[in-house]
Ligand binder design. Sequence first.
Ligand SMILES: [Zn+2]
Length: 274
Amino acid sequence: MKTARAAGPGMARADSWLQDGQLSLRETPLVLMYHGVADAPEDPNHLFVSPARFAEQMAWLHRRGLRGVSIAALVDAMRAGRQHGLVGITFDDGYVSVLETAVPELTRYGFGATAYIISGRLGGTNEWDEGPTWPLLSADGVRELAAAGVEIGSHAATHMRLAGVGPEHLSAEVHESRASLAALLGTEIRGFAYPYGSMDAAARRAVREAGYDHACAVEASKAEIGLMALPRIYVGQQDDAMRMAAKRLLYRGRIALRSRHGGRSPKTPAAQTR
Ligand SMILES: [Zn+2]
């Protein structure tokens, strides 16, 4: 457990957020979940938004006076009580197109973002998905992404579902991926994102005990939401400015609704939890 952050009532509050269910809906930030940014004619898993659509979405944030930030920056701002107007931007899996296409667009607005990298698949592809596969960043590519100002977090070691797995798998996927990415970059790895959004209390505990400061889920109920399970909103090719506005307005209500049904929306397509 982290006990070093001891100063003041705000910090005590922030530490309570490390526990499940301790972040209220009002305090729950808006976090967007992307995978790749590229023109992908055949994309059955809905992993990609086109460069044009991504540019439109970033422009929409900017126009609304919102600022895209990494999750580490967002969590720091939450602890300081200054999260108003900030939106977390995340990219799962570490596709090459994030470095090539998303970074220039983020830079245009001075936005930050976090990329969640699979430590055991550097330079590989998303072979865990059925359908077309796409190249993942190599070790050098991940370093380049970090050098471009994108926060690097862990997306586990092999991209396996973590709900229901035993302690050995949890340790390998959660603990070792953090150590491996830290060695690659020479920096501390603060963030984690559960592959497929798949997590349970044991997975959240493993992430906390591995020394991560925060973790992103996809869907999470009110009883689960805390710094170890920050819910995210899937953003896809269909999301024009109007849909972005609706998602922003409705996301807390959707969490509340889902929480009444045990935390998972039965209608969410599997493609939206990769
Ligand atoms: Zn993933």
